[in-house]
Design a binder for this molecule. Structure first.
Ligand code: HXC
Length: 508
């Protein structure tokens, strides 16, 4: 080998060491992988091309910054996931705890800028002690530069964050702006202020895990979209998510052909709805049956489970699904479920992913808790999201569609393209019993039963809505896959634009 090349080999070796063997061992002891190992699991074999390996901190004169370390605590570059290009950055905790200094931020900004220019997803693997203390305001500036790009990229390219270690202070806000956050159980946490600060200010004693661990963000806050048992599972599931998404808001949908024929009936669906109207059933059973290969990738599984969101493929194309879940709160819409579904509907609309809505909703959840916390504005978010969405929208009402919730759940009036109802549907202002009690307030108890039956016969069915064209067709449950697949196929070339505006003003 020529002498002049040897220097490059030496520098590359040195850069690959990150913060050194000892710190790498410490990382392993915590059950964590190194930044480069994570990238290798995330991307197709040998596809990673590194950018900026030899970058160094400019701020060596400040504090304890070591001039011999390359990369400045973040590994950046590009590669492919199942053949599709992505940009990636992976923070290296072995270098100053993965903290973000000026050059570290510049490297992240560079790959973000490239991702936006090229129109491909950006994936950030976060493992960082936050703003690099030694670099002071330069780190704060660096964060803001990243945030600015996150905002500009929003709705243009998919942005995915994995939290694979600490993520504290301002570091949480870049992931928060991205489209999806993955966390790994027991090794990742996110909070604006850590347990020590919490103790000082509010006198609460909490562990990092309780304050901002994966379970907390999956179940309580809804900050995490996906939680998996370990880092490897997280990285593999990011690959699965990327497969469902287009590369940008301008690119064609990926097609994943499979053996599931959509032109067949699914007889078991005719028995999905229990004879007793008040009995729950699992809406996920329906979603899986409608999906190619019964493959449903659920988002925010443990948060606001009264609504289900996620991705399926129908005839090879990605579809975003929103479904009320009768197994939780009878499928009512409340604050959290409205926010959860609204964000998902907007994500799908940004990236031209058609939306399938499965409706079984007895209305908005009543009560002071909901009203005091602003269900009016939060519920309006979902209404707004559906109303502004221009992607193909196919809706199937399986059972209840009462009141305002009927309107909200991708009704014909909110530009639903194809609205189907099963014969078991009850499309009405409210349930028969409640309605009869209000209308026939003064009537005797024994007569009330008759009135309830009358109301059910006259109003709690799909035929009134169908006679007005609010429902395009009343269909047998067993034909649902066939109907929706043909519907989405028809709608592939749909064109619809909203009036010009700078941007809308969704009730935040
Ligand atoms: C520089 C840092 C650092 C930081 C950690 N390190 N955080 N260096 N700036 N912010 C270094 C440590 O000095 C140590 O270096 C190495 O990373 C590993 O840290 P440990 O503490 O040994 O690891 P661990 O016990 O796992 O604890 C990790 C930690 C803790 C929980 C992240 O280090 C920590 O609390 N750090 C500070 C977190 C923080 O308050 N950040 C600022 C947030 S404010 P050596 O050389 O020993 O390996 C913020 C504002 C941004 O981010 C605002 C933007 C809007």
């Amino acid at each position: 080998m020529r002498e002049i090349f040897k220097k490059l080999i030496k520098l590359t070796k040195q850069a690959n060491l990150g913060g050194g063997k000892e710190r790498t061992q410490a990382q392993y002891k915590k059950g964590k992988l190194t930044a480069r190992e994570r990238i290798n699991i995330l991307l197709d074999d040998s596809s990673f091309q590194e950018i900026g390996m030899l970058v160094k901190s400019k701020n060596v004169e400040v504090g304890s910054i070591d001039n011999s370390i390359f990369g400045d605590g973040v590994v950046t570059g590009h590669g492919t996931i199942n053949g599709n290009a992505v940009m990636v950055y992976s923070q290296d905790f072995t270098v100053y705890g993965g903290s973000l200094g000026e050059e570290h931020a510049n490297k992240i900004c560079k790959v973000m800028d490239m991702a936006i220019k090229i129109g491909i997803p950006i994936i950030g693997l976060n493992d960082s002690g936050g703003a690099r203390i030694q670099e002071g305001v330069s780190s704060l500036g660096g964060y803001a530069e990243v945030f600015q790009r996150n905002v500009l990229a929003s709705g243009v390219i998919p942005q995915i964050s994995a939290i694979l270690g600490p993520c504290a202070g301002g570091a949480v806000y870049s992931p928060a702006i991205t489209d999806f956050i993955f966390m790994s159980n027991n090794s990742s946490y996110m909070f604006v202020t850590g347990p020590e600060v919490v103790k000082t200010v509010t006198h609460e004693e909490v562990t990092s895990e309780y304050l901002g661990g994966a379970t907390t963000h999956a179940k309580k806050s809804g900050v995490a979209d996906f939680v998996f048992d370990n880092e490897i599972a997280v990285l593999q599931q990011i690959r699965r998510l990327v497969d469902f998404l287009p590369s940008s808001n301008q690119s064609e949908m990926k097609i994943k052909k499979n053996d599931t024929s959509f032109n067949t009936e699914i007889p078991s669906l005719d028995n999905l709805i229990p004879k007793d109207k008040n009995k729950p059933y699992d809406m996920k059973d329906l979603i899986s049956k409608l999906a190619d290969n019964e493959d449903f990738f659920e988002v925010q599984k443990d948060y606001a489970p009264n609504i289900i969101i996620g991705f399926i493929r129908v005839d090879g194309f990605s579809i975003g699904v929103v479904g009320n879940q009768p197994m939780h709160l009878a499928g009512c819409l409340d604050i959290n479920s409205s926010r959860k579904a609204a964000r998902f509907v907007r994500f799908c609309d940004c990236f031209n992913i058609p939306i399938l809505t499965l409706v079984d909703v007895p209305g908005f959840l009543p009560g002071t808790d909901q009203e005091f916390n602003g269900i009016i504005k939060h519920g309006a978010k979902l209404l707004f999201a559906y109303a502004e969405a221009t992607v193909p929208k196919v809706t199937v009402i399986t059972r209840k569609a009462y009141g305002g919730a009927y309107d909200v759940m991708a009704s014909k009036h909110l530009r639903g393209d194809l609205n189907y109802a099963w014969p078991t549907s009850e499309i009405a202002v409210m349930g028969a019993e409640g309605a009869a009690k209000i209308i026939f307030k003064k009537i005797k108890q024994e007569k009330l039963k008759e009135k309830i039956i009358d109301y059910e016969r006259n109003f709690s069915n799909p035929y009134n809505a169908a006679s007005r064209g609010y429902i395009d067709e009343v269909i047998l449950p067993s034909n649902t896959r066939l109907k929706i697949a043909n519907g989405f196929k028809l709608l592939r070339k749909k064109k619809l634009e909203n009036p010009y505006k700078k941007h809308d003003n969704i009730p935040l």
